[in-house]
Design a protein. Structure first.
Length: 156
């Protein structure tokens, strides 16, 4: 049985472990951009993020309470002259522990995030996927996500 809830201070150590896994997927795919084993946040920064209502973080746990994955989100508002005013829940990061993949953890996190976004009155949920991570792309497409925009580059 999987449970998804808001992350708490007690989860920080495990979230840091998962952030290293995320970083290594990106480092393996784009070592020209991503450094080796590290995390994008420190424990202190995570503690601050967990207190920010505009940046909800969710964890998925098993019956034993072990954290199997996380989802970092950011509530955003956009619009103006050219675009309609909308509230968006941006998924900054979803990670499922390597040992728990294929067990429904990612789907449970995603569905919880969708429910949270609906309750928050969001128009849409967005995220970015690196082209060097085709497994993630397939996963999000299986969940029904479609391309929103494409970011391109020329390496000089």
């Amino acid at each position: 049985m999987l449970n998804v809830r808001h992350a708490e201070k007690k989860d920080i150590s495990r979230i840091l472990d998962l952030l290293v896994q995320v970083n290594m997927v990106h480092h393996t795919g784009r070592p020209d951009l991503f450094k080796g084993p590290t995390t994008k946040y420190t424990a202190q920064e995570l503690e601050s993020i967990l207190q920010d209502v505009r940046k909800p973080v969710f964890v998925c746990t098993n019956n034993s309470g072990d954290v199997l994955g996380h989802g970092f989100c950011i509530l955003q508002h956009s619009g103006g002259r050219l675009m309609e005013e909308v509230d968006t829940l941006y998924i900054d990061d979803i990670c499922v522990d390597e040992s728990a993949r294929g067990q429904g953890v990612g789907r449970a996190l995603y569905e919880h995030i969708l429910d949270f976004a609906r309750q928050a009155g969001c128009y849409n949920v967005t995220l970015n996927v690196w082209s060097c991570n085709p497994g993630a792309m397939r996963f999000y497409e299986k969940l029904g996500m479609t391309p929103y925009k494409t970011c391109m580059e020329t390496i000089l």
